[in-house]
Structure formats: structure tokens, C-alpha cells
Design a protein around this ligand. Structure first.
Ligand code: ATP
Ligand code: MG
Length: 420
């Protein structure tokens, strides 16, 4: 029979990698909690229209990358390509838009995008994201940037830099867009095919095209910051003064754009060196228009998304050692059926009081059990046979060498917990 394989661009995550994933997830949760962000979990799939409106019809994500399907009633759904639209939908649907400001939420969620799989880019990936609602002050932008930066440093990621830009607001962006389109039209012969289309639908996105040729064109393009209204430039100035006063390094980078219409003012990315072409570990910004766009009140917001795979690549690049899982404190080896029953009862008792303990459930010989105990790295081994059952005493062997290699003591089998 032909072997069934996992879908292209998906992963099976097993030990020892799973410990790295859990370490990242735990660190992310702890850091988010320290910043007062609460977790939200939303469905894996949503109505297709949520993303068409929430992510934007002209974006690559919606046009080319979504996994859409029709259910048995003929309704159109999509697997979540990102987290923000769902969070906003949930906020509105559950009547939470009026909660005490700032509303701070985070999620760790699987996302699905039909992309060309490569290092740091897969079709199912896990995103850690945050959203802060209810503040138009630069302090909100600062908070999410600072949270992202704390996560990266908690994880031991070095060689990462913060790139910031402002893409203006509905009052100043049209003028910029006009200038950009006229510049891009003059240079359209040098753009890739995709960007020639983007030029008509989503010209800002040309600025973050990864093609060599398009990058050259982008380098000479007009900059958003030169077209900003007073409010937008004051916002950027306030944000950078906050970053300066908290000694957070950043660069103003005119190539950072998020091609969605409701992104306003601040956009930012954390870029890691040395993890290959997919070097943006975190992307975020302000999206003051989104809640209203999705049918809620006018509620300013900002946030970011971070791909866990890229965090793991950056950690590897930084030489981070993830703590390995705890090993068994005790392995109870047994000879014979009666001894196995005793071993099971000792192990059950220990597990109930929180001790990681194991015994044979395979039917191995004593020699094979000892070998297995060594393989799993059990700290101690207790050996039980007929005579030990009778006397109620058995040998507890130390496997770690911490109190002398292979040292052993005789103990009462019912009091083993005291010796661990
Ligand atoms: P890119 O330019 O790399 O495609 P993007 O702008 O599409 O990124 P966002 O939608 O902002 O990415 O997603 C936020 C983060 O999620 C990215 O910075 C990245 O870390 C991660 N990410 C996005 N797409 C993928 C993917 N296909 N595989 C793995 N991680 C991803
Ligand atoms: Mg993408």
C-alpha cells in the first residue's frame, strides 16, 4: 500500500523539538502575562468574508494564499491565514469593545497559507500575536513593540533589529499614494510581473517585494514619512522618543509597509540576521480602521504577529540551549509477576505525589530493564524480586554518580519516596 504523507508545507513536531516549541510557548505566555495581556482563542476557520474584509481583498494573503472551502450547506469558509481579523470579530461579537481600555489580548494560533514552502515559510505555521485596543496614544505602539522585544530577549535571540516606519493615515496617505504610483509607473519596466499588478491594486506592497530588481526601484521611491500630516508625524516622533528614553534601538526604514488599507501610522518589523531569506520574525503595526471596518465602533488598535518557526531558527542562530525535559526520578525494576505488581503499586503511589517514576510494562528481562533505565536517564533504580517482596527491603541504586558512581543503599520498599 502506498504510504500516506503529511500535506506539503506542514510539520509533525516530536521530541526533542517539541520541548523547544513548548519552551517558546511558555516564555511567550509568561511575557505576555507580565504585560497584562490575556489569552484569547478563536476558531480555526471563519467565514471567508471576514478575511476578505479584515485582511483586504487586494492582499497576497487573500488573493493567493487562503485555504477556502465550502461546507455541506454551501457556506464559504477559510482556514485562518492570520489571527487579527478573528480577534476583532470576537471582540465585536462578544460585546467587549466597551471593556476598560486598553483591552490587551494575545493568542498562539495555527495559521494556514498556501505558499511555497522553504526554511521559515510553511503552509501551516504557528503565530504568537498580540492586539491592544482602545488607545490612539503612541504609548500603545510602544507597549506592543516593547512586548515583542522582551519576548525576543527572553528567548535569548541576538542579532535582531527593530525597523519602524509610518505609513500615514487616510488623510495623508492618498497624496503619498499618488506620488508613489507616479514614480512606480515611470519605473514599471524594472518591476516584476506581480509588482506590475500590485502597482494597480496595492502599490505600497511593491516597496516590500523581495525581488532584487523591485528592491532597486523601491530604494529610490518617495518615502511615506515625507508626506505625513502633522498628526502622523507627531505620533511617530512621540513613539521614537519613548523608544529613545527606554534605550530601545531601532532604525526608521521606509521599506517597511503593510499593504492593508486600514493600517495607519506605525508599522514595524523585527528582522533577524542569519536565518535566511525569511528573516522577519515579527511584523506589526497600528490599524485604527479595522474594528470599524468589521462592523464595530471606531476603536484604535495596534498589535503584531510572530512566527514560532522563525523564532526557533533565530534561537538556533544565537546558540540558545533549551532546557531539556526532566528525567525519571526512579525506575523500579522487577523480576516475576508478583514483583511487577509491587513495582506498579510503588510507581502509582509516587506518581500520585508528583514524582516522575517508571517500571516495566513490556515484560523485559532484568538485564534489559537495567539497560532501559539507563537509556531513559532514570536517576535511581529500585530492584525488586521474590526475596525483596518477602523482606520488604530492596536495593536503591544511584545512576547519576552524584553520590559516587553506582552507589547504592538498602531501603524499605514502602518508604522509597523519602530517598528520592
Ligand atoms: P512575509 O513577508 O515573510 O510573507 P507577512 O508579511 O506575510 O510575512 P505577517 O502576515 O505579518 O507576515 O505575519 C507575521 C509573522 O508571521 C511573520 O513575520 C512571520 O514570522 C510569520 N509568518 C508569516 N507567514 C509565514 C509562513 N508562511 N510560515 C511561517 N511563518 C510565517
Ligand atoms: Mg507573506
Amino acid at each position: 500500500m502506498e504510504q500516506i504523507r503529511k500535506p506539503r508545507g506542514t510539520m509533525d513536531i516530536t521530541a526533542p523539538d517539541i520541548y523547544k516549541w513548548r519552551y517558546v510557548e511558555d516564555t511567550v505566555r509568561k511575557t505576555a502575562d507580565r504585560f497584562g495581556f490575556e489569552e484569547i482563542r478563536t476558531p480555526t476557520f471563519e467565514e471567508l468574508s471576514l478575511f476578505q474584509r479584515g485582511v483586504g481583498d487586494t492582499t497576497d494573503v487573500v488573493q493567493k494564499e487562503m485555504y477556502t472551502f465550502e461546507d455541506r450547506e454551501g457556506k464559504l469558509f477559510a482556514l485562518k491565514p492570520e489571527g487579527t481579523a478573528s480577534v476583532v470579530r470576537a471582540l465585536i461579537e462578544n460585546g467587549k469593545c466597551g471593556d476598560a481600555f486598553p483591552i490587551r489580548l494575545y493568542y498562539i494560533t495555527n495559521c494556514f497559507r498556501y505558499e511555497k514552502p522553504q526554511a521559515g515559510r510553511s503552509r501551516e505555521f504557528v503565530q504568537f500575536g498580540t492586539e491592544l485596543f482602545g488607545s490612539s496614544d503612541a504609548g500603545a505602539d510602544f507597549t506592543v513593540i516593547s512586548l515583542a522585544s522582551s519576548v525576543l530577549s527572553e528567548l535569548g535571540i541576538k542579532n535582531v533589529s527593530l525597523h519602524i516606519n509610518s505609513i500615514g493615515c487616510p488623510s495623508c496617505r492618498p497624496k503619498y499614494r499618488e506620488a508613489l504610483v507616479s514614480y512606480l509607473e515611470k519605473n514599471s519596466a524594472f518591476l516584476c510581473q506581480t509588482c506590475r499588478e500590485r502597482l494597480k491594486t496595492n502599490p505600497l506592497r511593491v516597496l516590500d517585494c523581495k525581488c532584487e530588481e523591485c528592491r532597486k526601484v523601491a530604494a529610490g521611491a518617495p518615502k511615506t514619512v515625507d508626506y505625513q500630516c502633522e498628526e502622523c508625524s507627531a505620533h511617530l516622533e512621540k513613539l521614537t522618543s519613548m523608544l529613545d528614553s527606554c534605550k530601545t534601538d531601532y532604525v526608521i526604514d521606509p521599506h517597511i509597509v503593510r499593504g492593508l488599507d486600514y493600517y495607519t501610522k506605525t508599522v514595524f518589523e523585527f528582522i533577524a540576521e542569519g536565518i535566511g531569506a525569511q528573516s522577519t520574525v515579527c511584523g506589526g503595526g497600528r490599524y485604527d480602521g479595522l474594528v470599524k471596518e468589521l462592523g464595530g465602533p471606531s476603536l484604535p488598535a495596534c498589535g503584531f504577529g510572530m512566527g514560532i518557526t522563525r523564532l526557533l531558527l533565530a534561537m538556533e542562530q544565537s546558540g540558545v540551549e533549551v532546557p531539556s525535559p526532566s528525567r525519571a526520578a526512579l525506575y523500579v525494576a522487577s523480576m516475576g509477576a508478583a514483583a511487577q505488581l509491587k513495582a506498579l503499586s510503588i510507581v502509582s503511589g509516587l506518581r500520585q505525589v508528583g514524582v516522575k517514576a517508571e517500571c516495566d510494562v513490556v515484560g523485559r528481562s532484568l538485564k534489559a530493564q537495567m539497560k532501559y533505565a539507563d537509556k531513559i536517564g532514570a536517576a535511581k533504580v529500585l530492584i525488586i524480586g521474590d526475596s525483596e517482596l518477602e523482606s520488604g527491603r530492596a536495593v536503591l541504586k544511584d545512576m547519576t554518580g552524584s553520590i559516587g558512581e553506582g552507589s547504592q543503599v538498602e531501603i524499605e520498599t514502602d518508604r522509597v519516596a523519602e530517598y528520592l
